[in-house]
Design a binder for this molecule. Structure first.
Ligand SMILES: NC(=O)c1ccc[n+]([C@@H]2O[C@H](COP(=O)([O-])OP(=O)(O)OC[C@H]3O[C@@H](n4cnc5c(N)ncnc54)[C@H](O)[C@@H]3O)[C@@H](O)[C@H]2O)c1
Length: 282
C-alpha cells in the first residue's frame, strides 16, 4: 500500500498533465501509425505517462515535441515489421493503430481498393499482433495490446464497404487474441472511435452542413479529438485496466447509443462545430 502511495505521488509530481496518474515508467510501448492523427496522440499520451515510446510509421512525423523514437516501417510488409520490432525490442504495450479509409460506393469499390484496405487495416493488424504477441510471450510473459477498431465495426456507414469489413474483422482479431493470450498475462482490447478530427476526416470537419447533420445524432453534439481516443487507449494499456481483456471501448460521444439524435432546431443551435442547448448558448 505504501508503495502504491509513493508511486502515485511520484507520478503526480512528474506528470502534472496526467490526471489519472497512470505510470508507464520502464515500459516499452510501440504505436503503429503514430506519425499522424490518433496514433500521434497515443504516442504523446504514452510518453507523458513515462513509457519508452516507439512509433512505427511509413511516414516521418513532422516534428516530435515529446520523447519518442520514429522507426520507419511499412506495416504491410512482414519484413519491415520484423526489422522495426528488432529495433524497439519486445514491447510491453502495443497499440495497433495504422489504418486508412477509402470512400467508395459498393459499385465503385474495385478489387484494388478492397485489397489496399484489407492489406493495411486487417492483414497488417493481424501480422503486427502476431509479431508483437510472440515477442511479449518470449520475453516478459505479460503485456497489453490495444487495437484501433471503429464505430464502423458495428454499423454500415455508406460508401465504406471495404473499411467497414476490415473494422468488423478487427473485432475477430480482438476476441480470438484475447482468448489465446490471456493465459500468458497478455490483455487485448480495442478502442472504437467515432468521427475524430484527423487528416483522414478533415474534409468532413471543414464542411459545416456535413458536420451539423452528422453531430445532430451525437449526444455530446460534437466530433472527437485524437487525444480523447488516446486517453482511452492508454487507460486500456495500463494497469488501471488490469482485469479488462477482450473488451471494446466506444469513444464516440454517445453516437452508438443514439437512434434518432437528441439535437432539435427549436431547442439548440449549431455554432463553432458543436451543438449547444439554446438556454446555454445564449
Ligand atoms: N479519424 C477517425 O474518425 C477514425 C474513426 C475510427 C477509427 N479510426 C482509425 O484510427 C486509426 C488512425 O486513423 P487516423 O484518423 O489517425 O488517420 P491518419 O491518416 O491521421 O493516421 C494514420 C497513420 O497510419 C500511418 N500509415 C499508413 N499506412 C501505413 C503503413 N503501411 N505502415 C505504417 N504506417 C502507416 C500514416 O502514416 C499515419 O501516421 C485508423 O486505424 C483508422 O481507421 C479513425
Amino acid at each position: 500500500m505504501q508503495n502504491q502511495e509513493a508511486l502515485t505521488q511520484d507520478t503526480a509530481s512528474r506528470y502534472p498533465g496526467n490526471p489519472m496518474q497512470i505510470s508507464l515508467t520502464g515500459k516499452t510501448a510501440v504505436v503503429t501509425g503514430g506519425a499522424h492523427g490518433i496514433g500521434r496522440a497515443m504516442a504523446r499520451c504514452l510518453a507523458s505517462c513515462g513509457a519508452n515510446v516507439f512509433v512505427f510509421d511509413i511516414d516521418a512525423p513532422s516534428s516530435l515535441d515529446f520523447p519518442a523514437q520514429h522507426i520507419p516501417c511499412d506495416v504491410t510488409s512482414r519484413n519491415s515489421l520484423n526489422v522495426a520490432f528488432n529495433s524497439s525490442g519486445p514491447p510491453d504495450i502495443l497499440l495497433i493503430n495504422a489504418g486508412t479509409g477509402i470512400v467508395k460506393p459498393l459499385a465503385e469499390t474495385t478489387r484494388d481498393v478492397w485489397d489496399k484496405t484489407i492489406s493495411l487495416n486487417l492483414t497488417a493488424a493481424f501480422e503486427t499482433l502476431q509479431e508483437g504477441a510472440a515477442r511479449m510471450k518470449a520475453n516478459k510473459k505479460a503485456g497489453a495490446i490495444v487495437l484501433t477498431a471503429s464505430t464502423n465495426s458495428y454499423d454500415g456507414e455508406e460508401n465504406l464497404i471495404a473499411y467497414n469489413a476490415t473494422k468488423a474483422g478487427v473485432l475477430g482479431l480482438l476476441h480470438t487474441a484475447a482468448n489465446e493470450l490471456g493465459p500468458y498475462g497478455i490483455r487485448v482490447n480495442a478502442v472504437n472511435p467515432g468521427l475524430i478530427r484527423t487528416r483522414l476526416t478533415q474534409a468532413a470537419f471543414d464542411s459545416e452542413p456535413v458536420i451539423k447533420d452528422y453531430f445532430r445524432a451525437i449526444p455530446m453534439g460534437r466530433g472527437g479529438e485524437p487525444e480523447e481516443v488516446a486517453k482511452a487507449a492508454v487507460f486500456l494499456a495500463s494497469d488501471w485496466a488490469s482485469y479488462i481483456t477482450g473488451a471494446t471501448l466506444l469513444v464516440d460521444g454517445g453516437q452508438m447509443c443514439c437512434k434518432f439524435g437528441p439535437w432539435k432546431d427549436n431547442e439548440a443551435e449549431f455554432a463553432n462545430s458543436q451543438w449547444r442547448r439554446l438556454t446555454e448558448a445564449n
